[in-house]
Write a protein that binds this ligand. Structure first.
Ligand SMILES: Nc1ncnc2c1ncn2[C@@H]1O[C@H](COP(=O)(O)OP(=O)(O)OP(=O)(O)O)[C@@H](O)[C@H]1O
Ligand SMILES: [Mg+2]
Length: 210
């Protein structure tokens, strides 16, 4: 009798800074593990040595303007390394993968945020990764005002976060709009609620995937 490895699922968590992505990634991983699956937890930009080096470039402050196209290409350079070296091999072994930010962050930040046309990102994605997208994307939704209050309690803001609040309002709206395009793949969670409530909602979403 042959045993078949159950195919792992690729889950991403998205939302503006401080909304609670990192706080919920381990909860998702625990649920998957408790159901008897192996899980890989990772993040973008990053996840491999080259991709983490690119992350440092993206988050550092230089005395030089960075263009939206430069950001986009650096992000995709990192993403290709990450997908080909980490995510696809894990899925091929039947593991689940949970990733803190992925392609939707690019549509939100470089698309709505920096004004790069969505079709340009679509064609770059198609060239770089074909039709590879997550099985499920959880979008944590809260206002930038709420999210930034949370961040400021812990640390200084980075280059992206110093952008004006209205930049993050556009990002938030873009995430909601993207989610509307594919109700099957996206789940929007009200992240302005207390962490315990957010975790309960996420638990429900993950249990439903099993
Ligand atoms: N639902 C919540 N209610 C109150 N505080 C929260 C909630 N979720 C997370 N926090 C707190 O908000 C802060 C930011 O959370 P977290 O680091 O998980 O956000 P993030 O989305 O990963 O941010 P970043 O994009 O900067 O990585 C943390 O101090 C965390 O404890
Ligand atoms: Mg985080």
């Amino acid at each position: 009798m042959s045993t078949t490895v159950q195919k792992g699922k690729f889950i991403t968590i998205e939302g503006i800074e401080g909304v609670g992505k990192s706080s919920n990634v381990n909860l998702i991983a625990d649920l998957i593990q408790k159901a008897g699956n192996q899980v890989v937890v990772t993040r973008e930009p990053g996840g491999t040595p080259i991709a983490e080096a690119i992350r440092k470039v993206l988050l550092a402050e230089y005395d030089e303007e960075i263009f939206g196209q430069t950001e986009l290409l650096l992000l995709y350079a990192a993403r290709i390394q990450h997908v080909e070296h980490v995510i696809k091999p894990a899925l091929a072994e039947g593991k689940w993968v949970v990733c803190d930010r992925f392609v939707d962050a690019t549509y939100a930040y470089q698309g709505a945020g920096r004004g790069i046309p969505i079709e340009k990102i679509d064609s770059l994605h198609q060239w770089a990764l074909g039709d590879f997208v997550p099985d499920c994307t959880i979008i944590l939704d809260a206002s930038p005002e709420i999210a930034f209050e949370r961040i400021k309690k812990n640390r200084d803001l980075d280059r992206f976060e110093k952008e004006k609040i209205f930049f993050f309002q556009r990002i938030r709206q873009q995430y909601l709009q993207i989610a509307g395009r594919d109700k099957q793949r996206y789940r929007i969670v009200d992240a302005s609620r207390p962490l315990k409530d957010v975790q309960d909602i996420i638990r429900g979403i993950i249990v439903n995937i099993f």
